[in-house]
Design a protein around this ligand. Structure first.
Ligand code: FA5
Length: 346
């Protein structure tokens, strides 16, 4: 009996070593340790052994059983990890290869300047308004005191949108300036008012280094019972000083826009040469900045505001041109060219 057990152990261990996969191993386990397995049958026969042999053979049988169980378990783990390795080898992944850096974009210089302008005016108590880019002739012209036959209509070459439009508002156009939103804001909120309106404008004109057919403006409008051009001057000087982090002076010259009276052209002292004269200010010490003036009483009326009780001032400057000045860009068309080599510099 003792020999039989030893032979069985040897035979089984050899077979376990040879087993090449888990399926084969399982079959062997059933063959030797299963309910009708070779060792199980021997163990069952123990009860028929003579009494004196029972303890010795019993002990030996248990030892053989434990050895075989251990051998099966070890081999099982070996085969399993070999299987995982095989799978991993199939999908080889080299963790030492350096990663690919993700390309990160950044805010366009015009948008960044717009955010700064909005922040500064918000700090001074101005609300930020928005209006439609496709606008009616009424809001773009008539409401702003520019009647159909007024020569000022020639000042802004316009993109007209196909269609007849309606009697009051006329045809649709791509807005030529942000000023139409002055009336929309007055109609909606009444007086007093303190707003800026940044936005995109369109003009049907030949492009050159300082003119594009699409560009950004920022409109400003303040309506109150007692306000004057002195307030406008103070607000603009404060705005530019905060924007350039340098003291900036403002200069008014007479100008003409049908929607303001009196009308002004506003210049500011060159932020680069501090007024001494340089390339950016064309050696004048001053930079032409924008149109402005006291809101014409007809415009206040268009906005439904009592012009006897309230006055207002308005301004409109080119955000795109200010971006060019700030970064000393000499061709406006580069800003919307989609040329990444150019735009990545900012
Ligand atoms: C106007 O558009 C008036 N609505 C401004 C205004 C508002 C005056 C309120 C009075 C009261 P103007 O046509 O000058 O004005 O344009 C204002 C600014 O827009 C210009 O100074 C310039 O910076 C910018 N601009 C005008 N046309 C172009 C263009 N084709 N390309 C780039 N910027 C332009």
């Amino acid at each position: 009996m003792e020999k039989k057990l030893k032979n069985l152990e040897e035979e089984c261990l050899k077979a376990v070593i040879k087993a090449e996969n888990l399926e084969e191993l399982k079959k062997l386990e059933i063959k030797y340790l299963g309910r009708k397995g070779k060792l199980t049958l021997i163990l069952r026969g123990l009860k028929d052994l003579p009494k004196e042999q029972k303890p010795l053979i019993g002990k030996l049988s248990n030892e053989v059983k434990n050895t075989l169980e251990k051998a099966f378990e070890e081999k099982k783990q070996k085969l399993e990890s070999a299987g995982i390795e095989k799978e991993l080898k199939k999908e080889f992944f080299d963790t030492t290869i350096p990663g690919k850096a993700r390309k990160i974009g950044h805010i366009h210089p015009i948008s960044r300047l717009q955010e700064e302008v909005e922040r500064i005016f918000s700090q001074m108590g101005f609300a930020i308004m928005d209006g439609p880019e496709a606008e009616s002739e009424y809001y773009n012209f008539e409401g702003l005191n520019i009647p159909e036959d007024h020569p000022a209509r020639d000042m802004q070459d316009t993109f007209f949108i196909k269609g007849k439009g309606d009697k009051k508002h006329g045809r649709m156009v791509l807005r030529t300036h942000t000023s139409p939103v002055q009336i929309r804001t007055m109609e909606k909120y009444g007086a007093p008012l303190r707003v800026i309106i940044p936005g995109r404008c369109f003009r049907y004109e030949a492009t050159d280094a300082s003119h594009d057919s699409t560009f950004y403006q920022v409109e400003g409008l303040l309506v109150d019972e007692k306000t004057s051009l002195g307030h406008l001057k103070g607000i603009l000087a404060e705005f530019l000083t905060r924007l350039f982090s340098k003291p900036v002076k403002i200069r008014f010259r007479p100008g003409y826009f049908p929607f303001v009276e009196p009308g002004l052209e506003v210049d500011f002292s060159c932020f680069i040469c501090k007024g001494k004269g340089c390339r950016v200010c064309k050696h004048t010490g001053w930079i032409e900045f924008m149109g402005a003036g006291m809101v014409h009483e007809n415009v206040l009326k268009s906005g439904g505001i009592d012009s006897k009780k309230y006055q207002g001032w308005a301004f409109g400057f080119g955000l795109t041109r200010l971006t060019m000045m700030r970064h000393e860009i000499d061709d406006i068309r580069l800003l919307t060219s989609g040329n990444l080599r150019f735009i990545k510099q900012f």
